[in-house]
Design a protein around this ligand. Structure first.
Ligand code: GDP
Ligand code: IMO
Ligand code: MG
Length: 405
């Protein structure tokens, strides 16, 4: 009986999807508890690639039940498309294996328009995430339960009316354009309706039955609405507290797994103290193929920032780490890691000798170059939390298990 939670320890895209897929082969239940289609989780098995935005990455293993919890915001059109895409890739999406919380909030086309108009300076994913959570907090949101009780259409029209009176850029033409999208939305709603239920009961029963449970975080610790680099954050609780409010159940997680890229990336605007604007940053981007899975934007790249990861430990109580994308550091003469900040808030670096050997796909720790081991061991000592899995490539099987979960 295992109860795990996987969360990003940086600014997202740490490789959560790959690890969730890997672990969920032994899980009975996988739960998403926050965020929406702003997430992009890539899973590669053999030569097949899956990119998930809303559906938990646990769906691919085929074994676990998968839940989108009440803390998530769902665009019905995107979700229906994702279900279709998964089915076309041979993944089964059945009503006894996939569930959507009746308390999750709906993202509308108007939310996306608002996102593009109001949130440019944050560099959001344009998926309507902020405005959907804004409606939730303002108590004017539309929830999944409206699809079940038949009140969705009425609430949708009220929602348009509400915003028409608030923002002058929401004019009659815009409103008519959105109204014209309603048939498409209703089609998508038909596809997702059979999956809507009170998901907290499923999670609770699973705990009572001593099943193996895995929570899948989206985004990263530093994008948390409260504890991230505000205002350059997303609009949900990406840290451990979000798991409880976002699923409706207290789970005593025995492994709180932090995913940490072996360097740092960030998409969108906001502070990034170890960012590299030179050819080294460019090389990291190239080696790591650092382009967003959701928007295709180039990710900003820089050295690993350990004080920030330490903050993520404080917030989430990580007791197990996975380090990813180590192969992308091969070929550098020197590798730097931020270990502190000076009085001007500039990072203080420790420099490591690089390694030239290709480590892509290695599954035996003894095959890693000495300098690579030194790097990992320093990080582990600094964080004072074991690094249990070393990920050496994007494929499900590209892992070194250093300490069993
Ligand atoms: P997530 O949002 O945390 O799930 O991460 P993404 O899937 O958005 O981004 C991580 C990217 O790195 C994806 O393209 C993965 O296929 C890839 N990836 C994950 N782990 C590794 C690794 O260890 N090495 C390499 N080279 N790529 C990896
Ligand atoms: P995964 O789950 C990386 C970033 C956006 C933007 C900020 C706010 O794949 O790790 P939003 O659309 O959420 O209002 O945008 O957050 N962002 C992500 N960056 N990975 C993600 O998800 C992200 N989800 C949002 O780029 O800077
Ligand atoms: Mg991602």
């Amino acid at each position: 009986m295992s109860k795990y939670i996987v969360m990003g320890s940086q600014w997202g895209d740490e490789g959560k999807g790959k690890i969730v897929d890997n672990i969920s082969q032994n899980m009975d239940l996988v739960v998403r508890f926050q965020g929406g289609a702003n997430a992009g989780h890539t899973v590669i098995i053999e030569d097949k690639k899956y990119v998930l935005h809303l559906i938990p990455s646990g769906i691919i293993s085929g074994k676990a039940k998968n839940i989108i919890g009440n803390g998530c915001v769902i665009d019905p059109i995107t979700l229906a498309e994702e279900i279709e895409e998964m089915k076309n890739s041979g993944i089964k999406i059945q009503t006894n294996k996939f569930f959507i919380s009746s308390g999750a909030h709906i993202v509308t086309p108007l939310h996306k328009i608002l996102d593009n108009k109001l949130n440019k300076k944050i560099g959001t994913t344009s998926r309507g995430i902020g405005p959907a959570y804004m409606d939730k907090a303002q108590r004017s949101g539309i929830r999944m339960d409206s699809i079940v009780d038949g009140s969705f259409e009425k609430k949708f029209y009220e929602h348009l009316e509400y915003y028409k009176n608030i923002y002058s850029f929401i004019d009659e033409t815009t409103i008519n354009e959105i109204k014209n999208m309603l048939p498409n939305i209703l089609e998508s709603i038909k596809i997702i309706k059979p999956f809507i239920t009170d998901t907290e009961n499923i999670i609770y029963d699973s705990i009572q039955n001593n099943e193996n449970i895995l929570y899948e975080g989206a985004q990263g610790t530093l994008l948390d609405i409260d504890h991230g680099t505000y205002p350059f954050v997303t609009s949900s609780s990406t840290t451990i507290g979000g798991a409880f409010t976002g699923s409706g159940v207290f789970v005593e997680f025995d492994k709180r797994i932090g995913i940490m890229k072996s360097y740092t990336t960030r998409v969108g605007e906001g502070p990034f103290p170890t960012e590299l604007h030179d050819e080294i940053g460019e090389k990291l981007r190239k080696n790591g193929n650092e382009f967003g899975a959701t928007t295709g934007r180039p990710r900003r790249c820089g050295w690993l920032d350990l004080p920030l990861v330490k903050k993520a430990i404080m917030l989430n109580g990580f007791n197990y780490f996975v380090i990813t994308k180590l192969s992308c550091l091969s070929g550098f003469d020197k590798i730097k890691v931020a270990i502190d900040y000076d009085k001007n808030n500039k990072p203080i670096y420790k420099e490591f000798e690089g390694w030239q050997k290709e480590v892509y796909g290695i599954t035996d720790i003894n095959e890693l170059p000495k300098n690579c081991i030194n790097y990992i061991e320093f990080i582990e000592k600094y964080l004072n939390v074991p690094i249990g899995i070393i990920s050496t490539g994007p494929n499900r099987k590209h892992v070194i298990i250093k300490n069993n979960l």
